[in-house]
Design a protein around this ligand. Structure first.
Ligand code: C2E
Ligand code: MG
Ligand code: MG
Ligand code: MG
Length: 275
């Protein structure tokens, strides 16, 4: 069935409670092998501005599993985090995304592209994260201003001072930051104003029913107003319809991302969308 739905269809697993432990152990073992065997691939989802122009993409990791098919991040990121395997996996994602960006920078149709990379809490709080990231940026030869790291609000609970320090260190080199899934986590506005962010990302859970649910519409408006007052750009994720896009543009959201433009696709397919 996954075959019929096409190569970008991801399989999700719903292991029953008694199989949960076995599943985690299996996945952990298989993840180790997958890292050695290059079974991961990045797909890219376009980020679009108010004029409908593609300005770049978010890199989203997938696992080309030898027997389970194409597995989405929901099937393994949490296990990678608790096992520590997120560190080598995260490094691979960052390096691969930067190498892709270097290729895009060298080609006229995609020369202006930015790339957004998801960074997990454990990865960001790793001791050498700043040095490692700068080394990857240097080795890939990209313009650091075209790299945007997507962080989540959880960092504010896990280590706000360390997070702010590392963000400043990376920002000195031109790297940008977006706060992903904004509104779903533990937001302290007093911390938020201290983070050297460039962008807030309105979570798709508010976008989904933004036209029908007045509460979601209020939250979307508030996020835009808050972000603007802090001098940030605003991107909405999970935009699936013209009506949602128009509403979001109307409240001042400057960029968007979602199935309305494109699903996450391989690099070559994204290039075709830029042409
Ligand atoms: P995210 O960063 O919030 O990414 C957005 C998710 O929403 C992606 O799911 C994307 O495919 C999906 N999406 C995009 N547009 C639409 C839409 O219009 N409608 C709907 N219903 N969904 C849409 P995906 O690829 O399964 O990734 C899930 C999460 O896994 C990501 O959420 C991110 O938190 C995490 N993730 C993905 N790649 C990486 C990675 O390389 N490293 C880390 N640490 N986490 C990653
Ligand atoms: Mg993201
Ligand atoms: Mg998100
Ligand atoms: Mg999300």
């Amino acid at each position: 069935e996954a075959k019929r739905q096409g190569r970008n269809t991801l399989r999700l697993f719903h292991p029953s409670m008694e199989h949960e432990v076995t599943y985690r152990t299996e996945i952990e073992t298989e993840l180790r092998a997958a890292l050695l065997d290059s079974q991961f691939v990045l797909h890219y989802q376009g980020q679009v501005d108010g004029d409908g122009l593609l300005t770049g993409a978010e890199a989203l990791v997938r696992w080309q599993h030898p027997t389970r098919g194409l597995v989405g991040p929901a099937g393994f990121i949490a296990i990678a985090e608790t096992s520590g395997l997120i560190l080598p996996l995260g490094r691979w994602v960052l390096r691969t995304a930067c190498e892709q960006l270097a290729l895009w920078s060298a080609s006229a149709a995609t020369a202006h592209f930015t790339i957004a990379v998801n960074v997990s809490v454990r990865q960001f709080l790793q001791r050498d994260f700043v040095e490692e990231t700068l080394a990857i940026v240097r080795e890939s030869g990209i313009d650091p201003a075209c790299l945007k790291l997507e962080l989540t609000e959880t960092l504010m609970i896990e280590g706000v001072e360390e997070t702010i320090g590392k963000m400043h260190a990376l920002r000195e080199h031109g790297i940008c930051f977006s706060l992903d899934d904004f509104g779903t986590g533990y937001s302290s506005l007093s911390y938020l104003k201290r983070l050297p962010l460039d962008q807030l990302k309105i979570d798709q859970s508010f976008v989904r029913d933004v036209l029908d649910d007045p509460n979601d519409a209020s939250i979307a408006r508030s996020v835009v107003a808050l972000g603007k007052s802090l001098g940030l750009k605003i991107i909405a994720e999970g935009v699936e319809t013209e009506a949602q896009r128009n509403f979001l543009a109307g409240i001042g959201c400057d960029h968007w991302q979602g199935y309305l433009f494109s699903r996450p696709v391989d690099a070559r397919t994204l290039e075709e969308l830029a042409a």
